[in-house]
Write a protein of this length. Structure first.
Length: 270
C-alpha cells in the first residue's frame, strides 16, 4: 500500500497559521491558553486524503489540545487495521477515500469499539447524512469548515463522551505532542516538523498498522526496505533515524522499542 501524493497543497502548521483569519486565530489561542479546565491529552485518528484538510485539522486540534497524539492516513483499510490494535479517543472520517467507502470504514470501526466518529465530507445529501447517523456517527461536518466549526464539533463530541473531563493522562511525556501525517509524509513533534523519506513512510506505515505488535527484523527489511536481506547494523541505524524524527528518547524509548533478537514495536496510542 502506498501513500505517495502531491505535496503542492501541503503547508506546515506555521504556514497554515499565517493564513488563519485574525479573529479565528485569536479565538483558537485564547481557547488554548485561558480555558481554566485541565486540557486532556487526546488520541486522534484522521482518515482523510486531502492534504489541505489534514493541515487544517492538525493546526486546529494541536492549538486547542497541545498534549495530542494524532495519526492521519488517507487509507480506510489502514485506519481499520490501526484501530484493531489501538484505542483512539475520536476518529475524523472522510466518506470519499481511495480504497474503501467511508461508511464501510465506519461500520468496521464500530465492530471494533464504540469510538466516536465524526464524518467530514463535502456530501450534503440528506440521505447520506441520515445513513451516517443511523450507522452510529457522532456528528456530521460539512466541508469546507472553519477552524472554529471543527473545534466546536470535536469539543462537543468529547464532552458527550466524557473524554474532555478526563484531565491530562498520567505519565504524560514530552513526546505526547506527536502528529504522524502520512498524507503529507511528515512527523510533527511538539510543533517541530520532520519530513519522512519514502522508505521511512513505508516502515512507519507498517508499524502503525501493527501498533503494539512486534514486527520482525526480516519483515521490516522485506516490507519496509523491499530487501530480502539486510544487515542488522544497517536496520538499527535506520530505525535510530526514524526514532529521532519521532522525538523518542534513544536511551529510554517510549514509542519505538527494540525487542532483542525479535524486532521493533511501536507503542503510539498506549
Amino acid at each position: 500500500m502506498t501513500f505517495m501524493r502531491s505535496n503542492k497543497l501541503a503547508m506546515t502548521a506555521n504556514q497554515a497559521g499565517a493564513d488563519l483569519h485574525h479573529s479565528e486565530k485569536a479565538i483558537l489561542e485564547s481557547s488554548a491558553s485561558h480555558d481554566p479546565r485541565p486540557l486532556p491529552s487526546i488520541k486522534v485518528l484522521v482518515v482523510e486524503g486531502a492534504s489541505e484538510v489534514v493541515d487544517t485539522i492538525i493546526l486546529s486540534l494541536s492549538m486547542r489540545w497541545p498534549d495530542i497524539r494524532l495519526v492521519a492516513t488517507p487509507s480506510g483499510s489502514e485506519a481499520i487495521q490501526f484501530a484493531q490494535n489501538a484505542a483512539p479517543d475520536i476518529v475524523l472520517l472522510n466518506l470519499t477515500l481511495s480504497d474503501i467507502y467511508g461508511l464501510q470504514v465506519l461500520r468496521e470501526l464500530h465492530l471494533l469499539s464504540n469510538v466516536p466518529v465524526i464524518i467530514i465530507t463535502g456530501n450534503s445529501a440528506e440521505t447520506v447524512r441520515l445513513k451516517s447517523f443511523e450507522m452510529g456517527a457522532a456528528d456530521y461536518l460539512l466541508k469546507p469548515f472553519s477552524h472554529i466549526e471543527l473545534l466546536g464539533c470535536v469539543a462537543s463530541v468529547l464532552n458527550r463522551t466524557g473524554i474532555a473531563r478526563g484531565g491530562p493522562r498520567a505519565g504524560s511525556a514530552p513526546e505526547a505532542n506527536l502528529v504522524i501525517d502520512l498524507v503529507n509524509l511528515r512527523v510533527l513533534q511538539a510543533g517541530v516538523e520532520n519530513k519522512l523519506t519514502g522508505t521511512e513512510q513505508k516502515v512507519l506505515s507498517l508499524l502503525i498498522r501493527n501498533q503494539g505488535k512486534v514486527i520482525s527484523f526480516a519483515r521490516l527489511a522485506r516490507q519496509g526496505w523491499k530487501k530480502e536481506s539486510m544487515t542488522r547494523a544497517d536496520l538499527h541505524a535506520s530505525m535510530r533515524q526514524l526514532r529521532m524524527k519521532l522525538g523518542d528518547d534513544a536511551r529510554e524509548p517510549g514509542l519505538l522499542q527494540l525487542q532483542r533478537n525479535k524486532g521493533y514495536v511501536l507503542s503510539l496510542f498506549n
